[in-house]
Design a protein around this ligand. Structure first.
Ligand code: ZN
Length: 228
């Protein structure tokens, strides 16, 4: 029973990592990554193949091929091949997980705190209907009307999934920590909280998390409170 449970959990974890890797490879194609590393190549034949000198071993005649549509490389000189993650592991001597973290930071969009808060608010908003305790709390506080809840963009932070969502979008742990969305242990800062976005001139400048458990204090993220 225990073995079956652990196996199911392991499989779930692996599928999450697979999804993260797939999203990353779409966001940062292998050819783009190589070009950023100053790899020069010429088209090889038709279609989406390119060839250049191998970045993984010394050579004078190009034998490193990249298939841009398959997002894969192969070197006829040293026999190495694979995807972006494999290339980073080989070229930077990193483990699989270190490579993943490195690439997530490399592919991070320029930090725009308002855009990240916007993504966090949207995510929390999408979660609200899944948690009866949050809807119950709102009802208890006199908010019954789904249209008002929608207008105020009220959401719910269950406390276990924002980090995964935002890092999969390419945001670094460092940025999420600075915005206060992650705590010092790198876990979601808002846990079992109904979340209200605070806006200024149409942009979200902060999130207010109202704890649905009486024991926890209500709190804002660090930074401007949006004139509240
Ligand atoms: Zn090679």
């Amino acid at each position: 029973m225990l073995a079956a449970f652990s196996y199911a959990r392991l499989r779930r974890q692996n599928s999450t990592v697979d999804e993260e890797v797939e999203k990353l490879k779409q966001r940062l194609p292998l050819l783009d990554y190589l070009r950023r590393q100053n790899w020069t190549a010429r088209p090889a034949g038709h279609g989406s193949e390119f060839v250049g000198l191998c970045p993984l071993h010394p050579e004078t005649r190009p034998s490193f091929y990249v298939n841009a549509s398959k997002n894969l490389f192969y070197c006829h000189g040293c026999g190495q091949g694979g995807d972006l993650l494999r290339f980073v592991q080989l070229s930077r001597h990193l483990s699989f997980h270190q490579s993943l973290t490195y690439l997530q930071e490399q592919s991070a969009p320029p930090a725009d705190p308002a855009a990240v808060l916007e993504q966090a608010a949207t995510f929390y908003q999408q979660q609200l209907d899944r948690y009866p305790e949050a809807l119950h709390y709102l009802k208890h506080r006199g908010l019954h009307n789904p249209a008002s809840i929608q207008d105020l963009r009220i959401g719910y932070a269950s406390g276990a999934s924002l980090r995964r969502h935002l890092t999969a979008q390419g945001h670094s742990f460092d940025l999420l920590r600075r915005l206060g969305l992650l705590n010092r242990q790198d876990c979601d800062a808002f846990y079992r909280r109904v979340v209200f976005p605070c806006c200024q001139a149409g942009r979200i400048v902060n999130l207010y998390g109202r704890s649905i458990d009486a024991a926890c204090a209500h709190r804002f993220l660090p930074g401007s409170k949006g004139g509240l």
